[in-house]
Design a protein around this ligand. Structure first.
Ligand code: ATP
Ligand code: MG
Length: 412
């Protein structure tokens, strides 16, 4: 992509109303624009990164047998009245048509996916099943000031599963847990899983995947030695400084975190509400146990910015950066840069070429702000010796590499 041809460019200063790093940097670097609190447009850079995160999530859900669908955002009120959600879900956006028919906007999809699966789950042979989609959600959140961390409209992966028994849900949960750990580690994030709130005898078991960040809204207590972690809101049992109840080797530490994913044991609530049953081997009818599994795809993008930045801008992990390379050229070196641009793109390397007619200082500042992992500068001095300057976004050292080696080096 050539920057001279783009409508959307980085700004010199961050937006004045922004309170969080992700809001500041994503707007200033030209990744998103805010329409109103909690509602954002994704510009080309932002969309590229969002789609790359989405693709990593998709690969790992496919790998554990999730079947991808795309469900509607506009729901008839009836399905929400069937489960009681119409009156009890406080974040549900409700609307009326011009003929006074009532609708809800998707805040999640249990009410759609359960009746959908009635047709496809009939016998024990049809279980277990896992269906997911990656789609926008709408929630009437009271506060939405943390950039894309808490949207009124946000992008989520939500998967739903059906099982013969509670034990089978537990078995599958452990598979999903590993897949989630893999997703977050592919995104460069260390996720902590909170203990099931309520414990094994509670009706509603939930697990939360938390990433430490001061921009998050969750208060957690965690052990720095083993993987013990609890959400402070749910428990009165532990406090900071207590010895870890699991390993006993360390003291519990408190921290702020952002919930990037979670898992709920839904029991038979939805299968009963929509009368989804299966016939077992003896010919008896039962309600399957259901689980749901969310990942906040857009929130995760914001969390990554909160974790990976410096005073100059964003530092994207390579696999989700909008481009692998920022190519910077001067007026005098534009011709050579065009050759390098061509060589890189034909080698399959994603390049953002800053070919604008602006001062080199502006180009360097914008390359750092946008945060692609590599920067190549085509300068007159290095070019006179047949080379260009290569620098990694997260390192200070630069290196001169021969022009003809650029494509092979960067396509590795
Ligand atoms: P929170 O406690 O942060 O409100 P939640 O428990 O309401 O989250 P879920 O309904 O389980 O979340 O949604 C699944 C995932 O979607 C969450 O783990 C989170 O990553 C993301 N998410 C939830 N609400 C929002 C929001 N308003 N904006 C962005 N992402 C969200
Ligand atoms: Mg919520």
């Amino acid at each position: 992509m050539k920057m001279s041809q783009l409508a959307f460019r980085p700004e010199k200063t961050p937006p004045k109303d922004a309170e969080t790093v992700n809001h500041k940097l994503l707007v200033q670097a030209g990744f998103v624009r805010q329409l109103m609190a909690g509602v954002y447009t994704y510009l080309p850079f932002g969309l590229r990164t969002l789609k790359k995160i989405e693709q990593i999530v998709r690969e790992e859900m496919d790998a554990i047998g999730g079947e991808e669908v795309l469900m509607p955002l506009l729901h008839p009120a009836e399905i929400w009245k069937t489960t009681g959600g119409w009156d009890s879900v406080d974040v549900l956006f409700k609307l009326k048509s011009r003929t006074d028919k009532e609708y809800a906007l998707a805040q999640s999809e249990e009410e759609v996916v359960t009746p959908l699966m009635k047709e496809f789950i009939q016998s024990y042979r049809d279980l277990p099943r896992a269906v997911y989609h990656i789609q926008w959600k709408f929630r009437d959140e009271l506060r939405s000031k943390s950039g894309i961390l808490r949207g009124r409209e946000f992008y989520m992966k939500d998967m739903y599963s059906w099982h013969e028994t509670e034990e089978d849900f537990e078995r599958f949960y452990n598979i999903v847990k590993e897949a989630y750990k893999k997703i977050f580690s592919r995104l460069g994030l260390d996720s902590k899983v909170t203990e099931a709130s309520g414990g094994a005898f509670s009706e509603k078991i939930s697990y939360e995947f938390e990433v430490l960040t001061d921009a998050g809204e969750a208060n957690i207590l965690y052990c720095q030695t083993c993987d013990f972690c609890v959400n402070v809101d749910d428990i009165q049992t532990y406090k900071e400084g207590d010895p870890c109840p699991r390993c006993g080797k360390d003291k519990l530490k408190s921290a702020l975190a952002s919930e990037v994913g979670n898992v709920f044991d839904l029991g038979q609530k939805y299968t009963k509400a929509f009368d989804l049953t299966y016939v077992d081997q003896k010919g008896e009818r039962h309600y399957p146990v259901m689980g749901c599994y969310g990942i906040g795809v857009s929130r995760t993008m914001g969390v990554i910015v909160e974790k990976f930045h410096d005073e100059r801008g964003i530092i994207w992990p390579e696999n989700i950066a909008p481009f692998k390379v920022s190519l910077v050229s001067m007026k005098e070196t534009a011709e050579k840069a065009a050759e390098i641009y061509k060589a890189l793109t034909s080698a399959g390397v994603e390049v953002l070429w800053d070919d604008r007619d602006v001062a080199p200082g502006v180009k360097f500042a914008d390359a750092d702000l946008i945060g692609n992992p590599y920067r190549i500068v085509v300068g007159t001095k290095s070019l006179s010796m047949g080379g260009v300057e290569l620098k990694k976004r997260d390192e200070e050292k630069t290196e001169i590499i021969p022009v003809e080696e650029v494509a092979t080096r960067l396509s590795k």
